[in-house]
Design a protein around this ligand. Structure first.
Ligand code: NAD
Length: 497
């Protein structure tokens, strides 16, 4: 059985103890094992990153960007291979894996602009013969801890920018689908990144705790579930580190009575059931304004669900693959059971789905609940599966109150033809990323990604301009070259012009 280890200082390192099986979710078979790093292994990675920092810090931004130009080409040349690795371990369909890779490559492209991004700010003559400028210096060794649902894109939200800013990096990817992360680490080396500048340790909580408590690690970027995000934010900041921790979500879409309903339902199908609902921007609640809209939306969704092709992600024509693991499948099924017990109307029940030839796979058919209320656990909690809840609201104000009252605030969207309603919604809603007739408003690489409320702990968002600020420290230098009249006399008052 293939064993997946670590990548430290430009070399593959075998595991030294604990391991965990890695499943192909379509077959339900454990096809590989992944090493779970001990504190010694994590220590080796930190030492390598620390040793590589001085040289990399002083490498001109243009040279760092040139590595990223080569990296982009390599990622594109190996795209199909990377996507197959994603699908084999995550389960998502191949073109969805390609979508994730392409969005990750866009961050690499943004990072290619490093010389421009790091230019700093300059002011001449802030005083007689005095110039002042702010520059943005790297932090040192920084770490990224990432979830299973985007094994390539989420790491690429982090390391391309951390690296071009002059930091060295340690990635701790999800132990559930580690192969694609390892492959993109190898390609970084092929692109010319010096050894030790990027290191990857596979592992679980033990590895994360080592990264959090080691004083050589200056900053931590985390993406995952909310409880872990909050714990990491608290522990990391208590240890004096800069931390950004992106957490879970429960994204609502509002459908207004004037919306183009067929367009909205098509969009909702992809946003709710794409990637088997395992996206932090997935729409998991539809708030229909008025019963007439609700009845129509539910009927149209139910009809489309009967045609949804649920098959292995690598199979041609498959629209939705399996869930990531058996444990996760049981968790999601448990929510569907609970929704029924709590009195929601299960309009489409995917629990009985059998995929011919893949009876041991972790498949669940698309599920649709109507008449969901805010007190139900299927409404309050993140399910992270192919389960869509329809809630009915009397008007836009009531729909917005529901969204604002929810503990999560990652993404949301409104389907409408009414510009005034759309503008009011996007202006006032308490959510970090808003779509108007756009179901998955994931910002492009030159903006930044982040939610509000318990979907993000920290101040700065992922990738884009916020990431440049997160991965650098501002230093402001004030300079005078005294000569003649500009020479300093003795004075004891606070300096003014
Ligand atoms: P997870 O929280 O279980 O794991 C995320 C990472 O944290 C993994 O690397 C894992 O090994 C590590 N980890 C898990 N438990 C830990 C613990 N107790 N202590 C320290 N480290 C721990 O998340 P997941 O199941 O892999 O991913 C799904 C979750 O991620 C969902 O909640 C989803 O909404 C969220 N997510 C959020 C975003 C976002 O941008 N806000 C993006 C993608 C995923």
């Amino acid at each position: 059985m293939q064993s997946i280890g670590h990548f430290i200082n430009g070399q593959h390192i075998a595991g030294d103890g604990r391991t965990q099986p890695v499943y192909n979710p379509a077959t339900g078979e454990a096809e590989k094992v992944v090493a779970l790093a001990s504190s010694e292994i994590v220590g080796q990675a930190i030492a390598a990153a620390q040793a590589a920092f001085p040289l990399w810090r002083d490498t001109p931004p243009l040279k760092r960007a040139q590595v990223m130009f080569r990296y982009k080409q390599l990622l594109e040349a190996h795209a199909e291979e990377i996507c197959r690795l994603i699908t084999d371990e995550h389960g998502k369909v191949l073109d969805d894996a390609m979508g994730e890779l392409v969005r990750g490559i866009e961050v690499v492209e943004y990072a290619c602009g490093a010389p421009e991004l790091l230019k700093g700010e300059h002011s001449k003559n802030v005083g007689p013969g005095i110039d002042s400028w702010s520059e943005f210096q790297p932090l040192g060794v920084v770490a990224g801890i990432t979830p299973f649902n985007f094994p390539v894109m989420v790491p690429m939200w982090m390391f391309p920018l951390a690296l071009v800013c002059g930091n060295t990096f340690i990635l701790k990817p999800s132990e559930r689908d580690p192969s694609a992360g390892l492959r993109i680490a190898e390609l970084l080396q092929e692109a010319g990144l010096p050894d030790g500048v990027f290191n990857l340790v596979n592992g679980d909580r033990e590895a994360v705790e080592c990264l959090l408590h080691d004083s050589r690690v200056q900053a931590v970027s985390f993406v995952g579930s909310t409880l872990v995000a909050e714990t990491i934010y608290r522990a990391g900041t208590a240890a004096g580190k800069r931390v950004q921790a992106l957490g879970g979500a429960k994204n609502h879409a509002v459908v207004m009575p004037d919306a183009d309903l067929d367009n909205a339902v098509n969009a909702l199908m992809g946003a709710a059931y794409g990637s088997c609902g395992e996206r932090c921007m997935a729409i998991s609640v539809v708030v229909c304004v008025g019963d007439t809209v609700a009845d129509q939306v539910v009927a149209k969704l139910a009809d489309q669900l009967t045609h949804l092709k649920v098959r292995p992600g690598a199979e041609e024509g498959s629209e939705m693959g399996p869930l990531v693991t058996q444990v996760h499948l049981q968790k999601v099924r448990g929510y569907v059971d609970r929704g029924v017990e709590e009195g929601a109307q299960l309009v489409v029940d995917g629990r009985a789905l059998q995929v011919a030839g893949y009876e041991k796979g972790f498949f669940l058919g698309g599920c649709l609940f109507d008449h969901v209320t805010p007190s139900m656990s299927i409404y309050r909690e993140e399910i992270f599966g192919p389960v869509l809840c329809v809630v009915r609201a009397d008007d836009l104000q009531k729909a917005m109150e529901l969204i604002d009252d929810h503990e999560y605030g990652n993404g949301t969207c409104i389907f409408t033809r009414d510009g005034e309603a759309a503008r009011y919604f996007s202006d006032h809603i308490k959510v970090g990323m808003v779509g108007v007739n756009v179901p998955l408003p994931v910002p492009v690489a030159y903006h930044s990604f982040g939610g509000w409320k318990r979907s993000l702990f920290g101040d700065l968002y992922a990738y884009g301009p916020d990431a440049v600020r997160f991965y650098t420290r501002r230093k402001t230098i004030t300079q005078r070259w005294p000569s003649g009249a500009l020479r300093e006399g003795t004075r004891f008052s606070f300096p003014t012009l």
